[in-house]
Design a protein around this ligand. Structure first.
Ligand code: FAD
Length: 418
């Protein structure tokens, strides 16, 4: 009896859609199943609906931004590069622009244009799209994957199956970790998973008081509580939320630190004035205090700090807020300078998957062929996208991984049919 389809793709996100295009382009009959009512729900919300689809950096620099298993990705990312991604969308009618840091967006600033282009391409290749079709389990016999069962009990037989079900982050978009379950049931190892590119939850009441404040051009350092060992150092922008800190710099930091370090509650150090040495900052404070004359200390920092931060810093400095600034002692001023160079906060944990941009960990890449993306132990079973143990910095690199691995898996699965 013949199969319902040559290639069955589970998941209509970035990786699944690109896999469909590569497999159908290779001449296979392709069916894509998506449990949501539409394709690309997560793509839709990327960067507030703008979709930073890749990065325009020189192709080999992509690897500098991949955090886990970059060697495993060499073949896929070189096989379908950032230039290929940009050419694909331009050829399909999406005009692109490059912003700060090489981030590539559609000129329209609408992620929906990216989804429409993918969908149009998929339809033109004759791919069967089955929405509202959640896959419950894989059909595996004698070490060969032969299709999948839907939640409604339907059996879809296929020559090969690509699992592109995403990770665990933003589960409301459909990524609820089903692919890990499929892998484990097939005997394919899955590594421990953690939220990645995620805000920090901070102890105490400082963050709620600063909620909404964004600080540009700051540097942060994260250290171990027990021995002060540096875990991360970086420069950029951070933002306070009602529970902690977020923003590009913090998201990057969260993924650079080994997950088990969070159990020891590391310390976040913020340098509010990284352009000034401690001595230069002290001189600046002397000048500001001289200018402020006999004003109260609490009213003397407006040229140095954003207004929301002033009462917090005044409180932490231990200096009497009503003291005339010209009677602040040298020691007090030095303490204040120390605070501005090293504002310490206790990291309780990272946020959860509801606010994580990416999942760290996933299907163990040692179990996957890096060229075809087929599982070494199960013939006809392929994995692509965030379900794999791969992740990267913000800047379009995670979607580049999804496009590249999707393309490689689609081509690999189509080859199996040939
Ligand atoms: C808020 C946010 C902003 C982001 N912004 C960017 C950005 O600007 N640039 C960037 O590079 N990366 C960004 N990312 C990361 C990027 O979106 C992901 O890396 C990428 O979407 C992963 O693609 P994927 O196809 O592997 O998974 P997904 O896009 O998650 O797609 C998986 C699909 O599989 C479906 N599915 C799951 N289980 C089943 C099942 N059992 N049966 C059928 N279907 C199933 C899901 O419904 C889903 O549609 C962002 C992520 C978030 C959360």
């Amino acid at each position: 009896m013949s199969n319902d389809t040559d290639v069955l793709i589970i998941g209509g996100g970035a990786a699944g859609m690109m896999a469909a295009i590569a497999a159908a382009g290779g001449g296979s009959r392709v069916c894509i199943t998506e449990k949501n009512e539409k394709l690309g729900k997560k793509l839709f919300i990327t960067v507030k609906g703008r979709c930073n689809l890749t990065n325009a950096c020189p192709a080999d620099e992509i690897f500098d931004h991949i955090l886990s298993n970059k060697k495993f990705l060499y073949s896929a990312v070189n096989g379908f590069t950032n230039a290929d991604v940009m050419a694909f969308f331009e050829d399909n009618g999406v005009h692109l622009k490059t912003e700060r840091g090489g981030r590539v967006f559609p000129v329209s600033d609408h992620s929906s244009d990216i989804i429409k282009a993918l969908e149009k391409s998929i339809r033109s290749l004759g791919v069967s799209i089955r929405l509202n079709t959640g896959i419950k389990s894989l059909i595996i016999k004698d070490g060969i994957c032969k299709g999948a069962l839907t939640y409604s009990g339907e059996r879809i037989t296929a020559g090969s199956v690509i699992v592109a079900t995403g990770g665990l982050s933003y589960p409301s978009t459909g990524s609820t970790g089903d692919g890990y379950r499929f892998a484990a049931a097939a005997g394919v190892k899955v590594t421990e998973r953690y939220p990645g590119l995620v805000p920090f939850i901070i102890a105490g009441d400082i963050c709620p008081r600063l909620q909404g404040l964004s600080l540009k051009h700051i540097s942060v350092r994260i250290t171990r509580r027990d021995n002060g060992k540096k875990l991360y150092e970086g420069f950029g922008e951070a933002m306070f939320t009602h529970f902690g800190v977020s923003g590009p710099l913090i998201l990057t930091a969260s993924s650079e630190i080994a997950p088990d370090e969070y159990t020891a509650a590391p310390v976040l150090h913020i340098d509010l004035k990284p352009a000034l040495s401690s001595d230069e900052l002290d001189k600046r404070l002397i000048r500001d205090f001289e200018k402020a004359g006999n004003r109260e200390f609490k009213n003397s920092l407006s040229e140095l700090l954003p207004s929301k931060l002033i009462p917090v810093i005044v409180g932490l400095s231990g200096i009497d807020p009503y003291k005339k600034v010209n009677s602040v002692t040298r020691q007090e001023r030095r303490t204040l300078g120390g605070l501005l160079k090293d504002l310490k906060m206790d990291i309780v944990s990272t946020g959860g998957y509801e606010e994580a941009v990416i999942t760290r960990g996933g299907v163990d890449v040692k179990e996957i062929n890096p060229k075809s993306f087929e599982a070494k132990k199960v013939r006809g079973l392929y994995f692509a996208g965030e379900v794999l143990d791969v992740d990267a910095h913000t800047g379009g690199y995670n979607l580049q991984i999804a496009w590249s691995t999707g393309y490689a898996a689609g081509a690999g699965a189509a080859d199996t049919q040939g």
